[in-house]
Write a protein that binds this ligand. Structure first.
Ligand SMILES: NC(=O)c1ccc[n+]([C@@H]2O[C@H](COP(=O)([O-])OP(=O)(O)OC[C@H]3O[C@@H](n4cnc5c(N)ncnc54)[C@H](O)[C@@H]3O)[C@@H](O)[C@H]2O)c1
Ligand SMILES: [Zn+2]
Length: 361
């Protein structure tokens, strides 16, 4: 097992990465000295595979868990579901010392984290991420929240978990498309922060695609270390944390303007990262050899790197980009790479250049 520490003063917590961790959930929670009553929030897919093991482990450690299952998918990230969860917590008489276990992907983590942040003005919660994306990204760093009709993640809170438990066994059940989508965030860490990680990914991609446990453990722990380091320096995104949005300005707009579900998040940000790398080449002199390496790694992983847009869809995409909550006073800001492993944020980019980056192969 690998342990990565997120250092945020009294809100610090460990991320534990390894195989066979689910049966240890109860013992891990017991070590946190939390109240007896707790709730496991999961979605229907994840619950089918893992709820029994999670509940069994919690009960064996003397906890009294209640299971709350929400429908799978992004649609569960909304206030009506938050209220349903709150009602069930109240019915089960959860109190200040009680805690929530978020068992699932990023949807469940964001939802359950927000439920924990708001019930009784905040009760402890533990993340048990079950998708690759959630293990390397969404379960770490304390961003929780739900969507509004007007846009994604518009309601939320910074609220840190007490523990993150990444059980590599969970990934064995993850559908291939979801797994590959998570690889887009993994590659992102190499591009934005660590040229050595990027080169390792180039070498070890075949093993990663086979979900080899030793490779996964090293890679996931490495990604979590990077996220922990970034979040430790800038918890609430007043600066540095923005680098985690590399490829996301265009990626979010692709997700938004094509209707949620057509592109998975990782697929959209793969296209976004390659477009951002092209802009980086033009505006910051990212060497063309490095641009090619970035593109090639996404292609080898099985991720899309371009999108075909007719005039109407292009218009929708730019409208979506301007609605992104990271836009200030109508200006679209980008994270751009100077070289692999080094990016700068807050870069203004003209619209016509963005269009060209999406068009060129
Ligand atoms: N809080 C953050 O910092 C942050 C960062 C990135 C993304 N996010 C959010 O994360 C969400 C996306 O997360 P996601 O990609 O994990 O999606 P998800 O939670 O919807 O999971 C994807 C699908 O896989 C299923 N699933 C999950 N684990 C499984 C397993 N082990 N075996 C079989 N099926 C499994 C789920 O039921 C779902 O159908 C978005 O809402 C996004 O906004 C949050
Ligand atoms: Zn992302």
């Amino acid at each position: 097992m690998h342990i990565v520490q997120v250092s945020l003063g009294e809100r610090s917590y460990p991320i534990k990465v390894g195989g066979g961790l689910m049966p240890r959930l109860g013992a891990e929670c017991a070590a946190l000295k939390l109240g007896q009553r707790c709730a496991v929030i999961t979605d229907a897919n994840v619950g089918r595979h893992f709820a029994k093991a999670a509940l069994k482990s919690l009960s064996a450690s003397g906890f009294e868990p209640v299971l709350i299952t929400v429908p799978a998918g992004e649609k569960s990230k909304r206030l009506a579901i938050v209220e349903k969860c709150h009602d069930q917590l109240a019915a089960h008489r959860l109190e200040r010392k009680s805690f929530i276990v978020a068992l699932g992907g990023g949807v469940v983590g964001d939802l359950a984290g927000f439920v924990a942040a708001t019930y009784l003005r905040g009760i402890p919660f533990v993340q048990v991420p079950t998708t690759l994306l959630a293990q390397v990204d969404s379960s770490v760093g304390g961003k929780t929240g739900v969507n509004l009709k007007a846009g994604k993640n518009l309601i939320g809170a910074f609220y840190q978990p007490r523990l993150v438990l990444c059980d590599l066994d969970a990934l064995k059940k993850l559908p291939k498309r979801e797994y590959i989508s998570g690889l887009a965030e993994v590659i992102k860490y190499g591009v934005i922060y660590d040229a050595i990680l990027f080169a390792q990914l180039e070498r070890n991609l075949p093993k990663l695609l086979q979900r080899d446990e030793a490779t996964l453990m090293a890679v996931i722990a490495h990604c979590c270390e990077i996220k922990a380091e970034v979040v430790g320096q800038d918890e609430t995104e007043s600066g540095l944390r923005a680098i985690l949005n590399f490829g996301h300005t265009i990626g979010h707009a692709i997700e938004n303007s094509s209707g949620y579900g057509k592109f998975l998040h990782g697929e959209a940000i793969a296209i976004g990262q390659v477009a951002a790398a092209k802009l980086s080449h033009e505006l910051l002199g990212l060497p063309s050899g490095e641009l090619e390496r970035i593109k090639k790694l996404f292609v080898r992983a099985g991720l899309p790197v371009k999108i075909r847009l007719d005039t109407a869809r292009r218009k929708k995409l730019f409208a979506a980009m301007k609605l992104d909550k990271k836009v200030n006073a109508g200006e679209i800001k980008f994270v751009l790479a100077q070289k692999i492993g080094k990016v700068i944020w807050n870069q203004r980019v003209a619209e016509n250049l963005i269009g060209r980056a999406l068009d060129t192969p």
